[in-house]
Design a protein around this ligand. Structure first.
Ligand code: SF4
Length: 517
């Protein structure tokens, strides 16, 4: 690979009305890959509109720093260029001075190279620049970049940034590094495929430079998986709600949204009036998705639940009574885990006795890692005490975890299989049976629409991970109490949703058993 500049398509160099960007950093490039609007707002947005980081985000940053420190320890001694934060010119000068001296490892050096646009400089700040044998403009040594990432997997956006470091470095030292790698969690060093990634980088960089020279923020698109952790969320979400943006409809993915726009279906009302048969022919849709999307828009418009249609079953409704069995006793089950410690620390079970009207919550808790096995045994004992009770849970995680714990602690397969036969996934029933006027089919959105509320406003899965961490660090039981309250509420919410769904399904089931009356 030669050290020459990357070439960009012609449109990237076409001047726009206003070009504000002067420095394109690897950080901006990283966020651009996840959301072009985020990169734009990070550069030009009003920072007072950013929301403060959540406890979970702070925990991730803390974990990331710990990982970083542990990697850096294996590269001592480190040289670090001295410059004021954000002063890339001084940073680049100090870094090239260290490179020219031939120091072994540079931590957070600054590399600057011209882009294809005269007014924009590319700035790369790899975590490490490691000296290797070879020939560069400095003499008989070259540097290779390493980025330290908390993730266990070499995600594509990490790899593209690693290719960016290699590219900018090649412009600074006059030769491409032999490798560019990621230091991942778990001690793994992942060398990227530079030839492949540089082609990808070329494309992304070209679009990034083009988008970030615009005076218009890119259109928002709320996708909870990427937006929930974004500091612009409040601003984007408020705007999305005010405009009833289609991305708030479950099932409208970025790819499907492009097709909907091409067909001028850009409002909830337009989508609600669309013909599902027509939509079904669009790429990535199909009959089921098309019906779901149109129902979703209709449900939103009228704030009502709409049954999924099922022409192949006699009562025209996809759920059968055996999907939601009633027992004298029913169990509602929810697990809490600390993924970073690979620990399942809580089996919460709400036992509902319909004969006596009693509702009892059981918290089978591992206060430390060593108690995980005992908590598992306690759980097995409890569910065996109600051998005929159906066990309701929300999403596949509980069933998957029960299988995993069974294997880990040597529970006979036949016991685990018999237990799993009693499991019923309320989430699956809801999504297969009905369309609701909600933005997401997460438990919180569903149960809240049905009138259930959690006692702690800010409680959620990510927060409970932080609480368990805080409990482990401080021994303060108020954190454990908060987790138990949240877990119990999740079990009660699952019960609430199951009861609502059974009531919703009742007229269809009556028709099934009494088709004439
Ligand atoms: S909230 Fe979502 S759409 Fe808005 S900038 Fe962040 S990631 Fe992008």
């Amino acid at each position: 690979m030669s050290g020459g500049p990357l070439r960009f398509p012609a449109e990237a160099t076409t001047p726009t009305s206003q070009a504000l960007i002067r420095w394109l950093t690897d950080d901006v490039l990283f966020h651009y890959q996840r959301c072009n609007r985020r990169a734009f707002l990070d550069l030009y947005g009003d920072r007072s509109q950013q929301r403060p980081p959540s406890d979970y985000l702070l925990k991730l940053r803390q974990d990331s720093n710990l990982h970083r420190q542990s990697v850096l320890e294996s590269f001592q001694p480190l040289s670090r260029p001295q410059f004021a934060t954000g002063n890339w010119v001084d940073g680049a000068r100090a870094t090239t001075a260290l490179m020219a001296q031939g120091v072994d490892v540079i931590h957070q050096g600054v590399l600057v190279a011209p882009s294809s646009l005269a007014e924009v400089q590319l700035v790369s700040q790899p975590d490490l620049l490691v000296k290797q044998p070879g020939w560069s403009c400095w003499g008989h040594w070259v540097y290779a970049p390493i980025d330290i990432k908390l993730g266990k997997k070499p995600k594509l956006d990490y790899q593209v940034v690693a290719a960016y470091h290699a590219y900018v470095l090649s412009r600074v030292q006059g030769v491409w590094p032999a490798t560019s790698s990621l230091a991942l969690r778990g001690g793994q060093h992942y060398p990227i495929d530079l030839d492949r990634l540089v082609l990808k980088l070329q494309d992304i960089l070209s679009h990034c430079l083009q988008d970030l020279r615009s005076t218009q923020a890119p259109e928002l698109f709320i996708s909870h998986s990427r937006c929930d952790m974004c500091h612009w969320f409040n601003q984007c979400y408020t705007q999305a709600q005010a405009t009833r943006h289609l991305s708030l409809l479950p099932g409208v993915t970025p790819a499907r949204y492009q097709f909907l726009k091409q067909h001028h279906l850009t409002t909830v009302a337009a989508l609600a009036a669309a013909n599902p048969t027509y939509l079904a022919h669009l790429p990535g849709f199909g009959e089921q998705v098309a019906e779901k999307l149109v129902h979703q828009a209709q449900a939103m418009l009228d704030n009502r639940a709409i049954p999924r249609s099922a022409p192949h079953v006699p009562h025209g409704f996809p759920l059968w009574p055996e999907d939601l069995p009633e027992g004298e006793v029913e169990l509602y089950f929810d697990i809490e885990a600390a993924p970073d410690q690979n620990l399942i620390y809580l089996h919460g079970v709400l036992a509902v006795n319909h004969r006596t009207g009693e509702e009892t919550f059981h918290a089978l808790l591992a206060e430390t890692q060593r108690q995980e096995r005992q908590a598992w045994r306690d759980f097995l004992e409890l569910v065996h005490a109600y051998p005929h009770a159906p066990i309701y849970h929300f999403c596949p995680y509980e069933a998957q975890t029960v299988r995993k714990l069974g294997q880990l602690y040597g529970t006979p397969n036949r016991h685990v299989n018999a237990l799993l036969d009693r499991f019923f996934d309320v989430h699956k029933c809801i999504t297969e049976g009905v369309t609701l006027p909600i933005e997401s089919y997460a438990l919180k959105h569903i149960a809240r629409w049905m009138g259930f509320d959690w006692r702690d406003e800010g409680a959620n899965g990510a927060q409970s991970i932080c609480w368990y961490n805080a409990w482990a660090e401080t021994g303060d039981r108020t954190y454990l109490d908060a987790i138990l309250r949240y877990n119990e509420d999740d079990c009660r919410a699952t019960y609430h949703v199951k009861a609502w769904l059974a009531q919703f399904a009742e007229p269809f089931w009556e028709q099934l058993y009494n088709p004439i009356g």
